[in-house]
Design a protein. Structure first.
Lengths: 777, 187
């Protein structure tokens, strides 16, 4: 019998843990910001964002190798590229060797007269050909003769080398032993793209492991490997957070176990607290999956934070139990306050649920279901278990000491001072600083972002943050629009506004342009006569230009090259990131390089039909700002609903004011302190403040209960102090993390929870001499 | 191999004088020369042209793989190989720098010539099958590529010499081009 009593709680804990593991197994976790933010303003911006966040740019990994002599770096680069090619995980591997691989070169060579702007009527005149032939003759006499024979004789006008130059330019990389090197430093460079989509974090992780493994296998000593790119950042951020959290989790768990055992003298109390939490997370996960079809990583992380408030629920129950008391008796004393706490917290969270921002809606749903599940578990599941295990505080505390502490409330007017100071400070500053740049929300450390920018600049991979988007009914229409922008881009480049630009039409002319070029190619007999006249006296054999004649004739008849027709890996990869769409909506990107004056660049495209200048950073931030504003409005509505419930539950405006004032005061003081510390308020702070409001509500409502004897008041004070210390030991400890996101969360919660406890004690509880319980006792 | 020997009048068959013997002695003596310079004249027969192309200039070699070929006329040009790096400057143009690995035909030729000048038989055998004929005072090495990619580009490289002096280098390509370089000591 005794054993069964002892075993009930651990068994419940085990069952709850199993339920949670099963729930995690059932849900899909996604972590792309596109799923968290609402869709952008214009359809164009929306599609660009989707493309840029989920598209080819996301699966790009930039690799640098440095710290060894150039020849060693070049060797490692070659070995690495070969190993990555064998792994089959990458759709693109460029290190200078494969910049244009065999298949790509053959494709360009076959279509050279359709793709090169050198194909004009004047290039095929006798006079022009004769100059070309003389050049070839000099080339054959030189040591470059093998190249001249391979590429020059079949293409005297040089269309192919012109195309190859177009494809090669865009970077100012050096070449060392045929591999890419940074222009101004001893660093070998590689560019790879994973076959997996950027959203597939597991596959991206596998690809990163493959790169690190291949590097280690290349006997790299003493060279170092540098990695950058969205996938690398996601991976590193996850690792940094995990490292941070592991340390904090160990410290925090030890301290909390010590605290609880000291307060309740039984390790079982930890199981009692864990059961509702585990069940609440399970319920929240499953509900979110059911409604949204997936759980967003950010909603999950922040949702668990908000659920931190439910840790208090079992403590409130156990802390108020008298030794040997049946569960129903404890409930009679705290039931009303507890139910009001849960109802108010739930209503406060509905604001998020209805905000219309997909990520926040998830977060709201997650938190609401979690709070309700934790409350239900505490109300119906926990009481019998606690009675079985006989959990209760060691003692309620000495009433003498309680009275001494409660006398502090006589000076509660002094408590108005910090509130007034905080208010005046915020008024003086104007208002708290709001974080508007989403980049600063990212958990990626600034030095990693700087490395990414440096590698991208060295490789000439354009930064897709400011682009022009051209729209058309099909790829052909887009390409024709792009061709019209080519002179504009050339002018901007001459004026130094941009260093150059990536645009699909430079690589793939529209079918119309290709047909114009075909029309410029002379008929077989005409060209044969001109070639014969041009080579007269130069000493070429009669059939020296037969390949040239055949290629021109073939080009006259071939179908123009289309996007779908380009299948070789490097060409297709580059074109598909610049020209994409479906149905009757196609988009082309003009991606500038080396931008010096965004204003003038944008102005050059203003007024052009179907051309939109998009500043991705600004666009994303605008969406985030709109979302935050909308979320703020709904949070206010949620808070108002919570107030109504409070007013109904407490019956009396004075009581409502006593409960609400500490929460408002805690929020005000927290925001003022954070602002004074120079922090910019963001979504992280918003969520943390929501959490603070939740625990503040617990404190205030429990302090504000009426008609309590001194013993019960002492129990409440000790229980709430336990809750408060637990909050500080769990979430407050995050303030010691290195990851900015976690540190900010920790600081906000630590300051907020302390302030909430202080103000709730001061304002929500009754004054010692007027309280009804003194009269009754 | 017998045919090759028969087709080479003026050279006693290798069997008469144990080939390995004088070849190894020759290689050892070549290996002792750290650097050399010479003049050359070259006659190149390109399939696409009806008449041969003639040129002349200077050659410099430093063990093991530094080779410079300066053409003075008719068109000035400098070809410099240093290890795996190849630089080609034609006329007054900018030097074009390549990795030898990216131009296998040139790389094979460079390996054949440099391995011979360095007196490094294992190096030479890595790329070529060797047919040696003659004796120390009048020898000929006919090199044929040992495997791809050289087999697809070069038919033979024939090097003739007397003692430690190289006299001619003749190259036959698979596409039918051929060139003969005649080397004379620097003045």
């Amino acid at each position: 019998m005794m054993r069964a009593r002892k075993l009930a709680l651990p068994a419940a804990l085990l069952a709850a843990a199993l339920v949670l593991a099963l729930s995690f197994h059932c849900v899909t976790v996604r972590s792309d910001m596109a799923a968290f933010l609402p869709a952008g303003g214009t359809p164009a911006a929306r599609l660009t964002l989707a493309q840029l966040r989920g598209g080819p740019a996301v699966s790009l990994i930039l690799i640098g190798i440095e710290g060894a002599p150039a020849a060693t770096l070049a060797r490692i680069s070659r070995v690495l590229a070969a190993a990555l090619g064998r792994s089959g995980q990458f759709s693109l591997i460029e290190n200078g060797q494969q910049a244009l691989g065999g298949a790509d070169l053959r494709f360009l060579f076959r279509h050279r007269y359709l793709l090169s702007p050198l194909t004009t009527p004047s290039a095929f005149t006798t006079r022009s050909l004769s100059a070309d032939f003389e050049r070839l003759l000099a080339g054959l006499a030189s040591s470059a003769a093998p190249l001249v024979e391979q590429y020059g004789l079949p293409d005297p006008i040089g269309a192919f080398s012109d195309i190859a130059r177009t494809w090669a330019n865009g970077s100012n990389m050096r070449e060392v032993d045929g591999t890419w090197f940074a222009p101004h430093r001893n660093r070998a460079l590689l560019l790879v793209r994973t076959r997996a989509k950027g959203l597939d974090l597991v596959a991206e992780d596998r690809a990163l492991t493959a790169i690190r493994g291949a590097f280690a296998a290349a006997r790299p000593r003493p060279a170092r490997l540098l990695l950058a790119g969205p996938a690398v950042f996601a991976h590193d951020a996850a690792h940094a957070i995990r490292r941070d959290v592991r340390m904090i989790a160990i410290v925090s768990t030890l301290l909390i176990v010590a605290l609880l055992i000291w307060r309740f003298r039984s390790p079982l109390v930890i199981a009692a607290i864990a059961v509702p939490i585990l069940l609440s997370i399970s319920a929240a996960l499953l509900a979110t999956e059911l409604v949204f079809g997936f759980v967003h990583g950010v909603a999950l992380g922040f949702g668990m934070t908000v659920l931190g408030v439910t840790v208090d629920y079992p403590v409130l129950l156990i802390g108020h139990r008298k030794f040997g008391e049946p569960a129903a008796a404890t409930w009679r004393r705290i039931g009303a306050a507890f139910m009001l706490t849960v109802a108010t917290a739930t209503l406060g969270l509905t604001g998020m649920l209805l905000s219309g921002v997909p990520g926040l809606s998830q977060l709201g749903l997650f938190a609401i279901v979690g709070v309700l599940a934790a409350a239900a578990a505490t109300r119906w599941l926990l009481p019998p278990l606690i009675v079985l295990a006989d959990l209760a505080p060691v003692s309620a505390g000495e009433p003498e000491r309680l009275l001494r502490i409660e006398r502090l409330r006589n000076r509660r007017l002094l408590g108005l001072l910090p509130i007034a100071a905080a208010g005046l400070y915020l008024l003086a500053v104007g208002r708290p600083h709001l974080e508007i740049d989403l980049a600063n929300l990212s958990p990626v450390p600034p030095h990693a972002r700087a490395l990414g920018a440096a590698l991208r600049a060295e490789m000439g991979v354009p930064d897709v943050s400011q682009i022009v988007l051209l729209q058309g009914a099909d790829a052909e229409a887009v390409l024709q629009r792009e061709e019209a922008t080519l002179p504009v881009l050339a002018r901007l480049r001459r004026n130094g506004v941009i260093g150059g630009a990536e645009v699909a039409a430079r690589y793939l002319p529209s079918a119309a342009t290709q047909r114009t070029r075909q029309a410029a190619l002379p008929a077989a007999d005409v060209l044969a006569r001109r070639v014969a006249r041009a080579e007269a006296g130069l000493g070429f054999r009669a059939d020296a230009f037969s390949a040239f004649l055949a290629a021109v004739e073939a080009s006259r008849r071939m179908a123009p090259v289309t996007l779908a027709g380009v299948k070789t890996p490097v060409l297709a990869a580059r074109l598909q990131s610049l020209l994409f769409g479906g149905g009757d909506t196609w988009f082309g990107l003009v991606v500038p390089r080396g931008m010096t004056d965004p204003g003038r660049f944008a102005a050059a495209f203003r007024g052009m039909t179907n051309a939109t200048y998009v500043d991705i950073g600004r666009e994303t931030n605008a969406i985030a700002a709109r979302s935050t504003a909308r979320a703020g409005r709904w949070l206010a509505i949620g808070a108002a609903a919570a107030l109504v419930v409070l007013a109904l539950g407490l019956r009396g405006l004075g009581a409502v004011a006593r409960v609400v004032a500490p929460i408002v005061a805690a929020g005000l003081v927290t925001v003022a302190v954070l602002t004074a510390l120079g922090q910019h308020l963001s979504l992280i702070h918003l969520v943390s403040l929501q959490f603070v409001a939740g625990v503040g509500l617990d404190y205030a409502l429990f302090f504000a209960r009426r008609q309590l004897d001194a013993e019960e008041r002492a129990r409440t004070l000790r229980t709430l102090a336990t809750c408060n210390v637990m909050t500080l030991l769990t979430f407050g400890l995050l303030a010691f993390c290195r990851t900015p996101l976690l540190r900010q969360m920790g600081e906000t919660i630590a300051i907020g929870a302390l302030a909430a406890m202080f103000f709730a004690f001061l304002f929500a509880g009754p004054l010692p001499n007027t309280s009804s319980c003194d009269r009754s006792s | 191999m017998l045919a090759v020997c028969l087709l080479a009048p003026g050279f006693p068959p290798a069997a008469a004088d144990p080939a390995g013997n004088w070849l190894e002695v020759l290689m050892q003596r070549l290996a002792q020369i750290p650097a050399r310079s010479a003049n050359f004249t070259e006659e190149k027969q390109v399939v696409a042209l009806t008449r041969p192309l003639l040129s002349h200039g200077r050659l410099f070699y430093v063990r093991p793989k530094w080779l410079e070929k300066i053409t003075d006329a008719p068109q000035p040009e400098t070809l410099l190989v240093n290890g795996d790096r190849l630089s080609l400057t034609i006329g007054g143009g900018a030097p074009k720098i390549l990795s030898l690995a990216s131009v296998p035909a040139v790389a094979g030729l460079v390996d054949g010539v440099c391995a011979t000048l360095a007196g490094d038989l294992p190096w030479l055998r890595r790329f070529y099958r060797i047919v040696a004929a003659g004796n120390m005072s009048h020898w000929r090495l006919e090199l044929s590529p040992a495997g791809p990619p050289l087999t697809g580009l070069l038919r033979t490289v024939t090097i003739e010499g007397a003692g430690i002096d190289i006299k001619t280098i003749a190259v036959k390509q698979v596409n039918g081009d051929r060139e003969v370089m005649t080397i004379s000591p620097a003045q």
